[in-house]
Design a protein around this ligand. Sequence first.
Ligand code: HEC
Length: 96
Amino acid sequence: MLVASAAACGSTWAGDRALGEYLSSECVTCHRPGGESGGIPAIIGWPEDSFVAVMNAYKLKQRPNPVMRTIAGRLSDEEIAALAAYFGSIKPAKVP
Ligand code: HEC
């Protein structure tokens, strides 16, 4: 099986934001789109490369959280890049 490491060789996937929005429905049951809530960290507005690196850290079991390991382990590099593009583009909602 090919283990692609786009970040390591300097290139990055161009994330498909529409795919990311579609995939995000699973994530936002825990990660509220408005930001940090109930101990679940905010994942919006991150630089895309940081987001991809963190998701890969869960996938490679370098981060301990079992829920995120399972979730990240199911996602392809393309899907992670898409999620990075989508969540990275969201700004915290401002309540007037
Ligand atoms: C069942 C609840 C749940 C779901 C669903 C979930 N997450 Fe998480 N996520 C968490 C928790 C809890 C943490 C904090 C884990 C830790 O401390 O390592 C976390 C951490 C993260 C982090 C790291 C945040 C930080 O500040 O270090 C990212 C990025 C992330 N999740 C992305 C996602 C994405 C993308 C999805 C959907 C594909 C998703 N999560 C779905 C509960 C969830």
